[in-house]
Write a protein that binds this ligand. Structure first.
Ligand code: PXL
Length: 264
C-alpha cells in the first residue's frame, strides 16, 4: 500500500491544508497520514487566525511515524514560523532519508493573512528547499522566494533558475490564479523547461487548489518516473475537481471548495 504523509496546516473547513490532503488521497485510494504544523481559525471564505503547533510536538509526531511505518512520499505545506520550519527540516534530515518531498511553499492566504511568519522564510530557503524534490509555488510565492536568493525574478525561467539554485530539484510555478486566458503552469526540471496548458474555469479560484495540486502530485509520483508525469496527472485531476467545486453554505454564496472524484 502506498503511504503518504502530509505535514501542513490544519484547515477546519476541510477545504485546504491537511484535511483536504487526506480527502485527495482517499479519493485516489492512498492511505494518508497527517501532522499539523499549525491550527488555523478559518472557514472557506477567510483565515481569521493562525496558532502554530509546538515544534517539539511536530518533531515527536514525525519520529513516531517514520520509525514505525515511513511514508513512500511526503507533502509539505504551510510551516507557520521559523521554529516549526526548523523542527520539520531536522526531522526530515534525521528520519526521512531520501523519501521524495513535494513542497507547496505556502506564504500567505488569498485574504492576505501570513501563513508563514516572515522570519521563517530564511529557514524555508536554507533548510527546506535543498530537501525538496518538487516545489509548487504560485507566481507570487515564486517571485518572493526568488528575490531572497537572486536579483532577477521577472520571468518564470528566472524564478525557476533561482529556486533550483537554492536546492529544489523540480519547480512547477502554478498559474491557475493568474488572470490569463489559459491556466498555464511553468515546469522546470531535469531536461524539461516548458508550460503545461489547461482549461481555465470561469469564476474565482476555489479555496485550496494549491494544496490539492501538491497533494495530487505527491500521489502520482512514481519511483523511476519523471515528476513531470505526476505534475501533468495532478493538473488534470485538480482541473476536474475545480469543474465540480461547490460552496459549503446552504445559500450557495460562499467561496467554493473542490469536489474530488469518488467523494461527495
Ligand atoms: O491555500 C493556502 C493554504 C494552505 N494551508 C492552509 C491554509 C491555506 C489557505 O487558507 O489554510 C492550512
Amino acid at each position: 500500500m502506498k503511504l503518504a504523509l502530509t505535514i501542513a496546516g490544519s484547515d477546519p473547513s476541510g477545504g485546504a491544508g491537511i484535511e483536504q490532503d487526506l480527502r485527495v488521497w482517499q479519493s485516489l485510494g492512498i492511505h494518508g497520514m497527517a501532522i499539523a504544523t499549525a491550527l488555523t481559525v478559518q472557514n472557506a471564505d477567510e483565515v481569521k487566525d493562525v496558532k502554530p503547533v509546538n515544534p517539539q510536538l511536530v518533531s515527536d509526531r514525525m519520529q513516531a511515524l517514520f520509525e514505525a511505518h515511513p511514508p513512500s512520499v511526503i507533502k509539505l505545506g504551510m510551516v507557520a514560523n521559523a521554529d516549526v520550519a526548523q523542527a520539520v527540516a531536522e526531522g526530515l534530515q534525521r528520519w526521512a532519508g531520501n523519501i521524495p518531498l513535494v513542497h507547496d511553499p505556502v506564504l500567505s492566504a488569498s485574504s492576505g493573512t501570513h501563513l508563514l511568519e516572515p522570519s521563517g522564510l530564511r529557514v524555508l530557503l536554507k533548510r527546506l528547499l535543498p530537501r525538496t524534490t518538487v516545489l509548487t509555488p504560485n507566481w507570487d510565492e515564486a517571485v518572493r522566494l526568488s528575490l531572497q536568493v537572486a536579483s532577477a525574478a521577472g520571468t518564470h525561467e528566472e524564478c525557476a533558475a533561482a529556486l533550483q539554485k537554492a536546492g529544489a530539484d523540480w519547480i512547477c510555478i502554478t498559474g491557475g490564479d493568474r488572470n490569463e486566458p489559459k491556466a498555464r503552469d511553468f515546469v522546470s526540471g531535469l531536461g524539461v523547461s516548458e508550460y503545461m496548458e489547461g482549461e481555465r474555469h470561469p469564476g474565482p479560484s476555489p479555496h485550496g487548489t494549491g494544496c490539492a495540486f501538491s497533494a495530487a502530485t505527491a500521489a502520482f509520483l512514481k519511483p523511476g518516473q519523471s515528476p513531470f508525469s505526476a505534475l501533468k496527472a495532478a493538473k488534470a485531476y485538480v482541473s476536474n475537481a475545480i469543474g465540480r467545486a461547490r460552496p459549503l453554505d446552504a445559500a450557495g454564496q460562499g467561496r467554493r471548495v473542490l469536489v474530488f472524484d469518488g467523494l461527495q
